[in-house]
Unconditional design. Structure first.
Length: 289
């Protein structure tokens, strides 16, 4: 079966970014000139996804408005003959996106469960609303390519520093075939010093619909939330869930340092910004040395 649908959960509270996220969704934080979530939607489309559902919640209207037509703005840009900007504004309204609300932010597993009727009975992708991956082949496409061979759930992983493992879902790999790992255990946020490896689950998943049987149980896990990793651990006991160490640089935009790093690195990929930004960074380094 082909993966054609994707869920982007974006209903979290974004507490690590308060007070900026008090009235604005963290998924709308701009990286240079585009909201974070637009980079993620673009990755999904480049990976061949045809239907996207965004799980939103209280205070997340800006996401829906962003992917909608903005008639007054478009009219004004036409009048001012700002056709470049007009194109860019229209781009974000060109994708067909569905929305569902998670009434309470009960955790990532619960957010995915909220989208179960949209997925029905086919394999689907999940892209977290605040993780950007820059890579030659889009990260999700790499996972879909693997899925097409193995027809089994597969989760994007990357190595993280030992001292950071307690912040992630971590896999306990048993064997590997190149970048693909068989997994004996999935653990959400292991206590410091107890992680079975430093391979962390990073914001990209392909799952079979069987996962909903376990999300349905609404088991409360780490942090008092319904965790997707816990349901994946149960799924792995009845059908294989693989880990795949994808190629690319990943940025956690939902965290302060990650946000600043993403802004700089993506700024450096823009032709109009690269030189002045690099000069500014060099000047800063000299000043601080
Ligand atoms: P995070 O844990 O990074 O998001 O969840 P958060 O809870 O908003 O952030 P902090 O920890 O309070 O700063 C990863 C993704 O899952 C979504 C978030 O919006 C984010 O994109 N999420 C999380 C939901 O949709 N619902 C939830 O209940 C929790």
């Amino acid at each position: 079966m082909q993966v054609k649908k994707a869920i982007i959960p974006a209903a979290g509270l974004g507490t690590r970014f308060l007070p900026a996220t008090k009235a604005m969704p963290k998924e709308m934080l701009p990286i240079v000139d585009k909201p974070t979530i637009e980079y993620i939607v673009e990755e999904a489309i480049k990976s061949g996804i045809e239907d996207i559902i965004i799980v939103t919640g209280k205070g997340k209207r800006a996401i829906e408005d962003h992917f909608d037509n903005s008639f007054e703005l478009e009219e004004s840009l036409v009048r001012k003959e700002k056709f470049d900007l007009l194109e860019r504004v229209k781009e974000s309204a060109n994708v067909d996106i569905h929305y569902i609300r998670q009434k309470e932010p009960n955790g990532l597993g619960h957010a995915i469960w909220c989208a179960r009727k949209f997925i029905a009975n086919e394999p689907f992708a999940v892209l977290l609303g605040d993780d950007i991956v820059q890579s030659e082949t889009p990260c999700l496409k790499q996972l879909i390519n693997e899925f097409n061979t193995i027809q089994s759930s597969i989760i994007g992983v990357q190595q993280v520093p030992e001292h950071d493992t307690h912040r992630y879902g971590i896999i306990d790999p048993s064997t590997n075939d190149g970048r693909r790992y068989e997994v004996s255990k999935f653990v959400e946020k292991p206590k410091q010093g107890t992680a079975p490896s430093n391979l962390a689950i990073i914001g990209r998943y392909i799952l079979t619909p069987k996962i909903f049987d376990f999300l349905e149980e609404h088991t409360i896990g780490s942090g008092g939330e319904i965790q997707l990793t816990d349901a994946i651990e149960k799924l792995n006991r009845i059908e294989k869930v693989y880990g795949y160490e994808f190629e690319g640089d990943r940025y956690d935009v939902g965290e302060k340092l990650g946000f600043i790093q993403t802004t700089i690195e993506i700024g450096l990929t823009r032709d109009d910004l690269k030189e002045p930004l690099l000069n500014y960074l060099k000047k800063l380094v000299k000043e601080y040395e």
